[in-house]
Design a protein. Structure first.
Length: 263
């Protein structure tokens, strides 16, 4: 089991909830520890790979934190013991969804009840739909856009192959081109592309054309790459190498190092 924790918002004292506590999560977003801003542990969660709680979980309060495996809410009322993923309910005991995937027509070779393509260590199902194994979606705060980060296995793989610091890649944010993010100018109907910018290697951003986020293969003139692992690895492998360029050249007031990629 990986003990790769992070603190929400980067500061335990800045995260407010009804328990005046912070959640320490692993690479899949599962809440492993709930602690106060002074560091006192209030709850510890241990999970089997498919999300069932282990016997060594404990809490020192009756007011337990309900958001556990993958950061999803556990509904234990009436003995259901299922996770609410938005589109569907997930049963961690039988390791299957309670209802079929509404996007099941997009992958005929996999059961519509299968959780994370039977690979919950590397994959994370964001909303109960067919999972992306490379990126994790994060909701934007206030006026900020939603963004994505790479999964821990993807960050590690790209770092090993291309020699870019895994810390740089882990901190990388991926944006979908849209309102407020108008570059690159590549046509998604012709394959699309990406642009990489950053003030320093720890704060780099890759903006990718919208066809890479479409799960419909026929969209954008047959260039819907939402579930095409090879296309995603191709564009990411090109772009992460430019993080080192940002490190080497830095960012001036009127200039940031920019890279383009077109398929």
């Amino acid at each position: 089991m990986l003990y790769l924790w992070k603190i929400k918002n980067g500061d335990m004292s800045s995260y407010n909830n009804p328990f005046d506590s912070s959640d320490l999560t692993n690479h899949l977003g599962s809440n492993r520890v709930v602690a106060t801003h002074t560091g006192q542990v209030e709850q510890r969660n241990m999970f089997y790979p498919y999300g069932a709680s282990r016997a060594d979980c404990w809490s020192d309060s009756a007011m337990v934190q309900r958001w556990k495996y993958s950061g999803k809410e556990l509904d234990s009322f009436q003995g259901l013991y299922c996770y609410d993923y938005g589109f569907r309910w997930y049963d961690p005991i039988v390791c299957r969804w309670t209802t079929p995937d509404p996007m099941r027509e997009k992958y005929y070779d996999i059961s519509a009840y299968t959780f994370c393509c039977n690979n919950p260590i590397s994959n994370k199902d964001q909303e109960g739909l067919f999972p992306k194994s490379l990126i994790i979606k994060h909701d934007g705060v206030l006026l900020l856009s939603d963004y994505y980060t790479l999964t821990k296995p993807a960050s590690h793989l790209l770092s090993l192959i291309f020699g870019v610091s895994e810390d740089y890649i882990t901190n990388l944010q991926i944006l979908q081109r849209g309102y407020g993010h108008y570059y690159p100018l590549y046509n998604p109907n012709k394959g699309g592309g990406a642009i990489t910018i950053g003030a320093n290697p720890y704060h780099a951003t890759i903006t990718i054309t919208e066809n890479y986020f479409s799960d419909n293969k026929k969209a954008y003139n047959g260039n819907g790459y939402g579930q095409d692992i090879r296309k995603w690895l191709g564009i990411l492998s090109h772009e992460v190498k430019h993080i080192d360029h940002i490190k080497d050249y830095g960012c001036k007031v009127s200039f940031c190092y920019i890279s383009y990629f077109n398929t």
